[in-house]
Design a protein around this ligand. Structure first.
Ligand code: SF4
Length: 445
């Protein structure tokens, strides 16, 4: 694979992009900053002019292009570079808002955001928008110094590229789901075992099993025939479903633990979310399809589609775990809901839909509007992410705390040591499940 000739360095203001870019400059990478381009000619500096400027610089050597990644033009710029034959490596430099704020205040305490408002509100907005952006590399300026970050980026430039232009001349029709894309991002080896070798999954962790039962219970709550089920009816339905599906080898302690965890989440959801819910369900577990180009289609399943009192369509996703507490490597988690929303927007011929994500454990809700104007950005982001996955011909292990919940942990020699998950283990011989579940040990990795 050839080197990436455009390093796209994105992140918050205050994340340290300029400092890292200067380190890269010292090893011969030319630095371009989108803000400087805009200052030079604000009137004409649209996505095509920005991409042309970057492309022009990249013809004579590697370039680091610094921007936040949050603007609505971002994917269009990368797309244009790709169509021009340039390879981009998108690197996200992360840091917390308090750290970014401290750095901005130290640098120039009196400077205000160009767009008005406060730095904190702008940083929150940027942080949200970045949750829509797939990246090839995510590094933390909170824990790593600029020299080591620049060294990692320079090394990655030689080996990885996010977007290969030839992908769209594939003659094979393909479908990709968010689960597939996220699996590749988390660990390419695990992705290969599941989606390339089609091995049966060996491990089902307690959280996976419980998450499946909770989703089934919510589908019954919002879409079942019972009118406004009470808390007691909800918990009874969950208890029955748990009893029907739990592997027979699970001991009493495991059953009790799973029941208590599910009961707590469902009662909380019923009291805090369901009883305040005013939107009417129009579909549950609805399959969606979003064409990304002539050969590639994004597919998925929306937990719930509803219509609110004003007639606005809502696309609702229920999440069992809080993303801030997950041990997985970073994935662009809002892109899933944005993609489902664009698919529903097109299917139902709407100009805007409301995307809602509800956390079961806390009752917190995130919501954002998705309009027809967002569709292209979302499609380009998915296409860029998918092509990075579909064009890879080598798969590597990516050990980390997430190994504790990996479905292939027992047969992976690279699994990280230390973390543990309670999980069912299936008995597998020669790639086939022979005995169903073995029991309920911890996956020690
Ligand atoms: S155990 Fe870890 S390294 Fe091995 S396949 Fe799973 S996630 Fe990847």
């Amino acid at each position: 694979m050839s080197e990436a000739n455009v390093l796209v360095l994105i992140g918050q203001i205050g994340a340290g992009k300029s400092t890292v870019s200067r380190k890269l400059e010292s090893v011969g990478v030319r630095h371009l900053d989108v803000e400087n381009m805009r200052d030079a000619d604000r009137e004409r500096m649209g996505s095509s002019t920005i991409a042309d400027n970057v492309a022009s610089a990249a013809t004579s050597g590697p370039v680091v292009f610094e921007c936040s990644g949050a603007s609505s033009e971002f994917e269009e710029i990368i797309e244009r570079l790709t169509l021009g034959g340039f390879r981009s490596l998108v690197v996200l430099l992360e840091c917390s808002i308090p750290t970014a704020l401290r750095r901005v205040n130290c640098r120039d305490g009196r400077r205000r955001p160009r767009a008005g408002g406060s730095w904190v509100s702008q940083m929150r907005w940027t942080e949200s928008r970045l949750r829509l952006v797939p990246t090839d590399l995510t590094l933390s300026s909170e824990t790593d110094d600029p020299e080591s970050i620049a060294a990692v980026i320079a090394k990655a430039r030689g080996g990885a590229s996010s977007y290969v232009k030839d992908q769209r001349v594939s003659t094979v029709r393909q479908e990709v789901s968010f689960t597939q894309l996220a699996a590749f991002q988390v660990c390419p080896w695990s992705y290969k075992l599941k989606y390339v070798d089609h091995l049966p999954e060996i491990v089902e962790t307690e959280q996976m099993f419980l998450g499946g039962r909770l989703h089934e219970t919510l589908a019954w709550l919002y879409g079942g025939s019972a009118a406004q089920p009470s808390k007691t009816e909800l918990v009874a339905w969950f208890r029955n479903r748990l009893a029907e599906t739990i592997p027979s080898e699970a001991d009493g302690a495991a059953v009790s633990r799973l029941f208590k965890a599910g009961e707590k989440a469902l009662i909380f959801h019923h009291e805090v979310v369901y009883r305040q819910e005013r939107s009417n369900t129009i579909a549950i577990e609805r399959m969606v399809r979003l064409p990304l180009d002539r050969k590639l289609t994004f597919v998925g399943r929306v937990d719930r589609v509803a219509v609110d009192a004003s007639g606005a369509i809502e696309v609702i996703d229920y999440k069992g775990s809080d993303r801030k507490r997950t041990s997985r490597p970073r994935i662009p988690d809002w892109l899933q809901l944005a993609a489902y929303s664009v698919a529903i927007l097109k299917e139902l011929n709407q100009s805007t839909v409301i995307a809602r994500r509800v956390m079961l454990a806390t009752g917190e809700e995130e919501r954002f509007a998705v309009s027809a104007r967002d569709a292209r950005r979302v499609i380009l982001a998915l296409r860029r992410w998918a092509s990075g996955m579909l064009t890879k011909r080598t798969y590597w292990t990516r050990p980390g705390p997430h190994c504790a919940s990996c479905q292939f942990n027992p047969i992976c020699g690279a699994a990280a040591r230390g973390a543990k998950s309670r999980a069912f283990i299936r008995t597998v011989e020669g790639g086939t499940v022979v005995n169903g579940y073995q029991g309920y040990p911890s996956v020690s990795c």
